[in-house]
Design a protein around this ligand. Structure first.
Ligand code: ATR
Length: 265
């Protein structure tokens, strides 16, 4: 795994657990790469026989650019979090973030977005990474709300061919509560809550924060206080996206439930 910073990364621990539980012999470690040294670090890694690599902040766009071929979902995401060395030596780029979130919702929270009204909060890289797998589940509609409306509009325009998706500003949110509210902003990192009106939450609303922390995130606390039916954080997404990367490299899906439980402590 390459990133900067990498200090708090749980990925080495997650992959070690996957390898143990599925009886695979792998070495996976976190590599701190200087901001301007990513391309060289990737070349060296594969030249030394590396088979696969996870990429995290701030290198996901650079990984997208250096891959020799891309999966459809990586193309849509405009970012790559998984690099795979193909048998002919070329490098394939994929993005497992979106499928990781959808699997977490379906498998770990018994949730479905099919035919549901979904509000996605934020319009940065995290949101772009999940929109294709989300729209593939055929929600009734997706509204992307962002502080900077233009960014939400650009994003919605890029995905209109996949389903009903529109952009909106926080001030324009009105009407019935949403079935799902997915927070893809970085607000929870600083303990902030996006300026959502209370009307978006109803007694059936389920809320998902892509961030995770030991305690409830600020967004999830806000939603709980307004009576949301359920709130989930992004720990399961982290483990599920890692599992999909593991599957791409090793050809088998590792068990995730036990790993999520052990990370929760
Ligand atoms: P990432 O790659 O993690 O998505 P990003 O591309 O910097 O990071 O995007 C961060 C997102 O969080 C943006 O949608 C940002 O809104 P703007 O586009 O208007 O800047 C959103 N964001 C960050 N802090 C926020 C806050 N306190 N309230 C609402 N939105 C916030």
């Amino acid at each position: 795994m390459m990133g900067n910073p990498i200090k708090h990364s749980k990925s080495p621990l997650i992959h070690k657990e996957f390898a143990h539980l599925s009886d695979q012999d792998i070495t996976y470690s976190a590599m701190l790469v200087p901001e301007d040294g990513f391309v060289d670090a990737v070349a060296a890694f594969f030249a030394e026989g590396g088979k696969g690599l996870n990429v995290t902040v701030p290198f996901k766009q650079q990984a997208y650019e250096l891959a020799d071929e891309l999966s459809d979902r990586a193309q849509r995401a405009g970012a790559v979090n998984t690099l795979i060395c193909l048998t002919d030596g070329r490098i394939r780029g994929d993005n497992t973030d979106g499928v990781g979130m959808m699997r977490d919702i379906a498998n770990n929270h018994d949730g479905r977005v099919t035919n549901k009204r979904v509000l996605v909060v934020g319009a940065g890289g995290a949101v772009r990474g999940v929109l294709a797998p989300l729209l593939q589940e055929n929600p009734a509609s997706v509204v992307v709300v962002n502080r900077t409306l233009e960014k939400a509009q650009v994003l919605a325009d890029q995905f209109t061919d996949m389903g009903r998706i529109e952009a909106c500003s926080f001030e324009d949110l009105a009407g019935d509560p949403f079935d799902w509210i997915i927070n893809g902003t970085s607000a929870s990192l600083s303990g902030d809550v996006p300026p959502l009106p209370e009307c978006v939450i109803g007694e059936y609303s389920r809320c998902y924060d892509m961030m995770y922390s030991a305690d409830a995130t600020s967004f999830n606390l806000w939603a709980q206080n307004l009576g949301a039916a359920a709130t989930y954080d992004g720990l399961g997404m982290l483990v599920e996206q890692a599992a999909e990367s593991f599957r791409l490299w090793r050809g088998l899906m590792p068990p995730t439930g036990q790993v999520i439980a052990s990370l929760k402590g």
